[in-house]
Design a protein around this ligand. Structure first.
Ligand SMILES: O=P(O)(O)OC[C@H]1O[C@H](OP(=O)(O)OP(=O)(O)O)[C@H](O)[C@@H]1O
Ligand SMILES: Nc1nc2[nH]cnc2c(=O)[nH]1
Length: 179
C-alpha cells in the first residue's frame, strides 16, 4: 500500500506531537466543564482517539456518521446523516472533532444542526484545513495543519474507502486514481 503514496505531507511523529499539544490546550480550556466531544465519522476516528487520549479532564464522547464524498475526490454537495448522535446536545459544550475541512459543507451543516438543537457552545477542532477548497463560510477554532489544495489520504482519510489506516497524511500517485 505504501508504494501507492507519492509523498508524505505530515509524518506520524508530527501528528502525534500535535495531538499532545492540542490535548493540553483542551485540558486547560475544559477543566471542570464536562464537554461532549463529537467525532465525525468515518474520517475523524484516528484523530479523535489520539487527541482525546491527551485530554486530562472528564469529557463525554459520541459519534455522528456523515458523508458527502461517496468515496471519491469531490463533494457531492449533499451531506447525508448515516448515523445520528445518541446524546442530546441541548445545553452542552460541544467539541466537534474533524479530520479535514475542505469545502466546509460538512461542518457548516453540522454547526447549523447543533445550533438548532440548542448546544450551549460549539468548538471546531480539525486536524487538517484546506482553505483553498472552501465554498462555505466556516472557520475552525483549532487547526492542526494547513494542507495545499490537493487530495490527501491517510490517518482516517480515504480514497474509495482505502488508506484510512495509514499512520501519516500523504498524496497518492496519480496512476492510483487514473490521473
Ligand atoms: O469540508 P468538506 O468538503 O465537507 O469535507 C470534509 C469532510 O469530507 C470527509 O468526509 P466524507 O464525506 O468523505 O466521509 P468519511 O469521513 O466517511 O470518509 C471528511 O472526513 C470530512 O468530514
Ligand atoms: N480523503 C479525502 N477526503 C476529503 N474530504 C474532503 N477533502 C478531502 C481530501 O483531501 N481527502
Amino acid at each position: 500500500m505504501h508504494n501507492e503514496i507519492e509523498k508524505i505531507l505530515i509524518s506520524e511523529e508530527e501528528i502525534q506531537s500535535k495531538c499532545k499539544e492540542l490535548g493540553a490546550q483542551l485540558t486547560e480550556e475544559y477543566e471542570g466543564r464536562f464537554p461532549l466531544a463529537i467525532g465525525v465519522l468515518k474520517g475523524a476516528m484516528p484523530f479523535m482517539g489520539d487527541l482525546l487520549k491527551r485530554v486530562e479532564t472528564h469529557l463525554e464522547m459520541d459519534f455522528m456518521d456523515v458523508s458527502s464524498y461517496d468515496g471519491g475526490m469531490r463533494s457531492t454537495g449533499e451531506v447525508k446523516i448515516v448515523k445520528d448522535l445518541d446524546t442530546s446536545v441541548e445545553g452542552r459544550d460541544l467539541i466537534i472533532v474533524e479530520d479535514i475541512i475542505d469545502s466546509g459543507l460538512t461542518l457548516s451543516y453540522l454547526v447549523d444542526l447543533f445550533k438548532y438543537r440548542k448546544a450551549k457552545s460549539i468548538k471546531i477542532v480539525t486536524l487538517l484545513d484546506k482553505p483553498e477548497g472552501r465554498t462555505s463560510h466556516i472557520k475552525a477554532d483549532t487547526v492542526g495543519f494547513e494542507v495545499p489544495d490537493e487530495f490527501v489520504v491517510g490517518y482516517g482519510l480515504d480514497y474509495n474507502e482505502k488508506y484510512r489506516n495509514l499512520p501519516y497524511i500523504g498524496i497518492l500517485k496519480p496512476e492510483v486514481y487514473g490521473g
